[in-house]
Ligand binder design. Structure first.
Ligand code: PRX
Length: 659
């Protein structure tokens, strides 16, 4: 297999992808299926027969200090309560339990710094630091139910800070390190945070950025913020405010370790702010027992986990829900060894992920389609030198994955011997909801597959709300699940109106449109606002994009709708080309031909705009709102969350010049 990877060439890959592009199903590779943990095809049906009982069975695998009395209380739906009466501590389940079982020397994280630093953190070390930082938080006045803000880069201290909160029942509110200090201040203010844990400075692609000074200039007016704890990381000089600021290491050294406090199963665990349809972010609130149950189970099932053997690498940032659930809580609850990488996927070079996979013998890799497409664009030359034969399974999350990217991932990275799981979920669901059971299910590239055991989803007619057995509609979750959000922090009315009015208080409104096929596979199309209606025909941006990127010269495409006098909406496509590709009229014609062939002439864009880059958030999501604004010649508004705000200005000029 290693040989196979080393011989990769662009032409060879293109030829192979062309061969398999039309293949509808991919069975689990035999070598994988033979060795899989879950091989019982009846598992879903058994869970569906008694979902609450099924989740109780999963919850019992954790260590509870007091068993629950009511597994699911729906008396005040949609304010559901799981495992009522039970008491449990998350850091106890993620750390103490494993150390007591003799796993103290197991590595929890192989941490890799941007400049090549390496640091292994064992379960015993993580426990020691967590117990002491919990003591430090207490000494700073943090009590059960207080909110602690965390604004840190991808360093092990972020995990220590999160787990220390859970140890004493504080609620963490992690803000992605790529957000500006101004948005951190907003989130601290609306969550009434008492303490903020941050860093002197952060490193990004060889540069050091001051963080603490930024925090000082934005956070000063927050009366409720009593203490700021600063991790020494970038080694820059910072001012410390007497009486407010403390160094993380000094606080840790001075503190007495504390034991885990048994928490009510429904005690708030964390708040994570996420974008909604209005400018005000939604404080999505998760609780303790149900979240841990579903995270532990889904991590084990979706990734076919073998905790004694696996090395798990989730490339997300801890500041997003994927990082919370599948870098921190799922892997730790399952006593897994993970790789944590501080840097960007193209720093210090475009093959860094593959170097890390080789160096740490990563077995399970979890990343996003946007990253996969970036790697496609950079070319196989960055992959080819590395031995990826340790990989056993590949996961995708965050947006629909177009079949070409799926196949590239499967062929180039997985060497055709690793199942690819496409995992659908949201910040609100807390855990993966729809994905293949990798040892059992055939994968269909572009479809997330079926719900995991104990979950149910369906597709509803947008007009009537009736379940659509086969076809397209609005995705819904017709039954509560343990890791569901419980409310929006401080705004229960918005919780009800956003999620529980469309289909009633028993059925969760997802906000995505989806198609279910004759085999029951779920094909998520996109957010409801990403569906385009051209002359009364519904088209998905994902479907059109997928057709466009099927062209060998195309690297990435983003499609948006623009109001059109004739057809209602018209499609505008923004396209980046592969290295060596020629963005010319002839290529636009070929792309149109590709779309006409794959979907139909009606799906051809009104305009194809070739661009060097697409506007993306720092987490890599394409900001379609900005592309729509450009296409409709509106003011661009706030572009500060973009990885590179320059991209959008150039694109706007270019768009106007060609209009
Ligand atoms: O539209 C769906 C898309 O991402 C949304 C959730 O975004 P967020 O809360 O930021 O969480 C992302 C990581 C879990 C969903 O409503 N989405 C997520 N995963 C997929 C997806 N769309 C299609 N396929 C997926 N696998």
């Amino acid at each position: 297999m290693t040989q196979n990877v080393r011989e990769l060439t662009e032409e060879g890959v293109e030829a192979r992808l062309a061969e398999v592009l039309g293949q509808e199903r991919f069975a689990p590779p035999v070598t994988f299926a033979d060795d899989a943990e879950i091989t019982d095809p009846g598992i879903r049906a058994r869970a569906a027969a008694d979902p609450v009982g099924y989740w109780e069975g999963e919850a019992r695998k954790l260590r509870w200090s007091t068993p629950w009395t009511t597994a699911l209380n729906d008396a005040e739906a949609p304010f559901y309560r799981w495992f009522e009466g039970g008491r449990i501590n998350i850091s106890d389940n993620c750390l103490d339990r494993h150390v007591e079982a003799g796993l103290g020397d197991r590595v929890a994280y192989h941490w890799h710094g941007e400049e090549g630093e390496e640091r292994d953190v064992t379960y015993a070390e993580l426990l020691d630091r967590t117990a002491r930082f919990a003591g430090a938080l207490r000494a700073l006045g943090v009590r059960e139910g207080d909110v602690v803000g965390i604004y840190l880069p991808m360093i092990p201290e972020v995990v220590v800070a999160m787990l220390a909160c859970t140890r004493i029942g504080a609620i963490h509110n992690v803000v992605f390190g790529g957000f500006s200090a101004g948005s951190v201040a907003e989130r601290m203010e609306i969550s009434d945070a008492k303490v903020l844990v941050t860093v002197d400075g952060s490193r990004r692609k060889g540069r050091t950025m001051p963080v603490k000074p930024e925090v000082d200039s934005h956070m000063g007016h927050l009366a409720g913020l009593e203490k700021v704890v600063v991790v020494r990381h970038a080694g820059i000089d910072v001012d410390m405010t007497d009486g407010r600021d403390v160094w993380f290491d000094e606080a840790l050294d001075a503190a007495d370790p504390v034991d885990p406090v048994p928490m009510d199963a429904e005690a708030p665990l964390f708040i994570l702010y996420s974008s909604g349809s209005t400018a005000k972010p939604k404080g999505i609130q998760h609780t303790t027992g149900g979240y841990l149950t579903a995270i532990t189970t889904t991590h084990r099932q979706a990734f076919d986990l073998k905790p004694d053997e696996d090395v798990f690498f989730c490339t997300a940032d801890v500041g997003w829900v994927t990082g919370h659930s599948y870098i921190v809580y799922g892997p730790l609850a399952n006593a897994t060894t993970s790789v944590m990488y501080e840097g960007a996927p193209d720093y210090p070079h475009k093959g860094i992920w593959w170097e890390l996979v080789e160096r740490r013998k990563v077995t399970k890799l979890y990343t996003a389609p946007t990253a996969i497409r970036a790697c496609m664009k950079w070319g196989v030359e960055h992959v080819a030198p590395h031995d990826l034969s340790s990989l056993k399974l590949l996961g995708s999350v965050g947006e629909p994955i177009n079949p070409k990217a799926w196949l590239w991932y499967w062929h180039v990275i997985g060497g055709e011997r690793c199942p690819v799981i496409d995992t659908w979920w949201q910040t609100e669901t807390g855990a993966i909801v729809v994905t293949s059971l990798p040892g059992i299910d055939d994968a269909k590239p572009g479809s997330a597959g079926h719900p995991l055991p104990g979950f149910e989803v369906d597709v509803r007619d947008a007009e009537t709300g009736d379940v659509v057995p086969e076809g397209e509609g609005l995705l819904a979750i017709p039954r509560p699940w343990p890791s569901m959000l419980r409310t929006l922090y401080g705004d229960p009315d918005r919780y009800v109106s956003t999620y529980w009015e469309r289909f009633g208080k028993e059925t969760y409104f997802v906000g995505d449109s989806a198609r279910v096929d004759a085999d029951g596979y779920v094909w998520v199309i996109g957010r409801v606002d990403d569906v385009i209606n051209v002359s009364g025909h519904r088209l998905s941006t994902a479907e059109v994009e997928s057709a466009i990127v099927a062209h060998p010269q195309v690297a990435e495409a983003a499609v948006v709708a623009r109001a059109d006098d004739l057809t209602g909406q018209a499609i505008i496509a923004y396209v980046t080309v592969q290295q060596g590709g020629d963005p010319c009229d002839a290529l636009a014609d070929e792309i149109n031909g590709e779309i006409a062939e794959r979907i139909g002439k009606l799906a051809r864009p009104k305009r194809i705009v070739f661009t060097q880059d697409l506007p993306k958030t720092r987490s890599g999501k394409i900001m379609r709102r900005l592309l729509r604004d450009i296409a409709e010649d509106r003011d661009l508004g706030d572009t500060t969350t973009l990885a590179d705000p320059g991209v959008v200005a150039t694109l706007q000029e270019q768009y106007r010049a060609g209009a």
